[in-house]
Write a protein that binds this ligand. Structure first.
Ligand SMILES: [Zn+2]
Length: 108
């Protein structure tokens, strides 16, 4: 039995229905859905775990340089696959990077 929450496609299950309401959020565009889906098919393992020698399936596609700091949301050279744990860990680090970037950006 394949449960919905256990489906490898669950992160990308959003379709155009959300596009109208959340068009300001690039994560909810059909372009991102397509890119992230393709990326995870060719990068199914967590990149962070693999660097530690652990083989673990990825859950999400992450921007190595966090958005919006990376400027180009759809730049595939800035993507990596991560598991939930690594994504959470990196998310904490990204927060301060984004906050610093916002401060600098607003000053200019
Ligand atoms: Zn991981």
């Amino acid at each position: 039995m394949k449960l919905r929450w256990d489906s490898p496609d669950r992160v990308d299950s959003h379709d155009g229905r959300y596009h109208r309401d959340r068009s300001a959020d690039p994560y909810h565009t059909s372009r991102w859905t397509r890119i992230s889906k393709t990326w995870r098919m060719s990068h199914p393992l967590c990149a962070e775990c693999r660097r530690k020698g652990i083989i673990k399936p990825a859950d999400v596609v992450d921007h190595i340089i966090p958005w919006p700091v990376c400027q180009d949301f759809y730049d595939t050279s800035n993507l990596q696959s991560l598991c939930e744990d690594c994504n959470h860990e990196k998310g904490q680090r990204d927060k301060s990077i984004i906050a610093a970037w916002r401060r600098k950006h607003n000053e200019q």
